[in-house]
Write a protein that binds this ligand. Sequence first.
Ligand SMILES: [Zn+2]
Length: 420
Amino acid sequence: MSVLLTNIGELVTNDPAHDGSGPAEGGTVPGGRGTAADGIGVVPDAAVIVEDGRIAWTGPAASAPAADVVVDLEGRCVLPGFVDSHSHTVFAGDRAAEFAARMTGEPYTGGGIATTVAATRAASEDELRARGRALVREMLAQGTTTVEIKSGYGQDVATEARTLRIARELTPETTYLGAHTVPAEYTADRAGYVGLVTGPMLAACAPHARWVDVFCEPAAPTAFDEDEARAVLQAGLRAGLGARVHGNQLSAGPGVRLAVEVGAASVDHCTHLTDADVAALADSWSPADGGPGTGHGTVATLLPAIEFSTRSPYPDARRLLAAGVPVALATDCNPGSGYSSSMPFVVALAVREMRMSPAEALWSATAGGALALRRDDVGHLGVGARADLTVLDAPSHTYLAYRPGVPLIHQVWQAGARAV
Ligand SMILES: [Zn+2]
């Protein structure tokens, strides 16, 4: 059965084929799609044909072919579903009191993670599953059709594996983050904990994970330094996982350098960067670089809801964009440093606080997230893409930042079926 979505006021495809001259200007991600600098493939007065869960046709409504079912969207804007490439949505407990204390003057150090670890270890599998499901539903209702979920609140073999089993029920994009922080019982034996993370815990978790991640931050006493983080990533790579890194959140540490060194798909936070970090990220996309630079460089994923919720300076998105580094935007939804599940909120922050244009922010929240997950079937609406669409109750994508805090999501389609 084919479905024609028509009378679309503005269709955002992220498909360079709809940018007239194609991806000639600005940088094009080698071996991948265009970047926001090329445009976001806007078609005015558009229509989409969906068939077998995929995009079968996009173009002007006036020239749309016939279909079995017709849906009139009455001039609304249609976007690719958001790709939230960084979240921690399987956990137990609540840290509202910590947030309130922070808002009245206490600094964020990452130490509160231990509170969530204790609650998550004590929770039943059903409790964890119910919370994870509810958060993913909440994300879907806000237009997110692809989500990545990390472990990291277990920090023992059984709880990390349980978290990833539950996460795998919710998404194929699961990330093993046993190396989130060093749990209290290993404070005096950090090497012992790294041995656990790279040994028995990895063996129990790898079957349920696509990615390995580490919180590399020498400025945080409970996070991991460069050598520890390298050991974690290399063990994960040997187990067949792809690499991602939490880096450069609290200081200009080694996270970015290490992410590029191991060919990570993404380094997330990037709040404190040196010129060398920016150059290394840009170079990772250069075909001349060989190795990971064959269209699979390291994306800079920015998480401005964390700076919002920890009242910290925002990352310098313009510096990265000027250097040609692909930028993704994600929520980092977690109970401590930022408990927003909303990609529209992240887009609004990126535009208002990080001076991204509405088009750049939209690209980063969709195609950028897909690139950070090395997925070419989501984040765009080119022919053949998975039919994941978000319909805004607004005439253009600019409204996401123009009307912050307003529920603009009118419909969400996932793999060709109406989900919201
Ligand atoms: Zn995170």
